[in-house]
Design a protein around this ligand. Structure first.
Ligand code: GAL
Length: 328
């Protein structure tokens, strides 16, 4: 039986409540694919293509370890590549497999399991007919700070890795992609040692940055960008910069993806709002036919056992021109 999207969403939330009576954080902690395996797709991005949702995320598998000699809690698991799942109703998810495979034995390669592959996002290019994936690739101490690009003829992959870039020579860590209604696409990323974000217009084929970019949220140290469009404006949810530990989100609004952006306070309300309910933003998913309601998607990192990190989905609504994410 097919349920309307929102109805399914709330059923999912209730089911999660029933199974995990405490803590009362709506999330799919027991989120499993159609074969009964836990969904392994962290820092996720979503693509809706021809009525099918594709979920892409970081595969986190194996023992968590602490990179020695860092001034911060640099907990890592092997970079497992990027997974893909598909769904028609956001409830039942089929595992499509590994969309982008990592490799072993070449520590200099961007996709080596000893390095960092995070926050994959995929958009479709109508002109080239290609699916384009961007992701954050890094060295295990995060000094490499680049965005990687991969391409495929099919949404689920496999994706062919092309190259990595520092857009216009600038560092690029936590990132997202945004494709506008006019077909232009933008890369949004934490830059300048995480102090300032940047938004860069991509080339028409979405494979490279252009020289058109802007600096936004200057000196605000924001991460975990999730950009969506509503009511003719652009909205950007970000987290603070505290590694795997949760913190308070903020939202910003602009009339154009390149800005200027004006940052406001925390869109979360209710108990736990000051830590985004124990999570960090990764994506805001529009629901077809629901003009002012979105799904806010976030990661509930388990820094000591990253493979066991969970997910949080909450409805995001625009209330009096303000995005509002209501906690449980
Ligand atoms: C977070 C970032 C994650 C991951 C982590 C590493 O701030 O959002 O994607 O990079 O740091 O500590």
């Amino acid at each position: 039986m097919k349920l309307p999207f929102l109805c399914s969403f709330f059923l999912l939330i209730s089911a999660s409540h029933a199974v995990h009576a405490q803590p009362p954080i709506p999330r799919p902690p027991d989120w499993k694919d159609s074969e009964g395996h836990f969904i392994n797709a962290h820092g996720a991005g979503f693509l809706l293509h021809k009525g099918v949702y594709y979920l892409f995320g970081e595969i986190k598998k194996g023992a968590t370890w602490l990179v020695p000699g860092q001034s911060w809690e640099d907990y890592r698991v092997p970079a497992g590549g990027i997974s893909c799942y598909s769904s028609r109703d956001l409830v039942h998810w089929k595992k499509e497999g590994v969309a982008l495979s990592p490799l072993t034995g070449d520590p200099t390669h961007d996709l080596d399991t000893g390095r960092v592959i995070e926050r994959p996002k995929v958009i479709y290019n109508g002109k080239t007919g290609k699916f384009v994936m961007w992701m954050h690739v890094d060295a295990k101490d995060y000094s490499y700070s680049r965005s990687g690009v991969a391409v495929s003829d099919r949404p689920e992959g496999p994706y062919r890795y092309l190259h990595s870039v520092r857009p216009n020579g600038n560092m690029s860590r936590d990132m997202t992609l945004f494709k506008d209604e006019d077909g232009k696409a933008y890369l949004v990323y934490s830059s300048e040692d995480n102090n300032t974000m940047q938004v860069c217009l991509l080339s028409d084929d979405y494979l490279s940055p252009t020289t058109t970019y802007s600096r936004i949220l200057i000196d605000r140290r924001r991460e975990g960008p999730a950009l969506f469009k509503a009511e003719g404006k652009y909205w950007l949810i970000t987290s603070d910069c505290t590694g795997w530990s949760p913190n308070a989100a903020t939202y910003a609004v602009a009339d154009h993806p390149l800005g200027p952006w004006k940052e406001y306070g925390n869109p979360c309300t209710g108990l736990g709002a000051d830590t985004t309910f124990g999570t960090q933003s990764t994506f805001v998913l529009p629901l077809p036919g629901k003009k002012d309601t979105f799904i806010f998607m976030a990661d509930r990192w388990n820094k000591l056992d990253l493979e066991r990190s969970a997910y949080l989905w909450l409805p995001l609504t625009l209330v009096d021109g303000k995005p509002t994410i209501t906690g449980p």
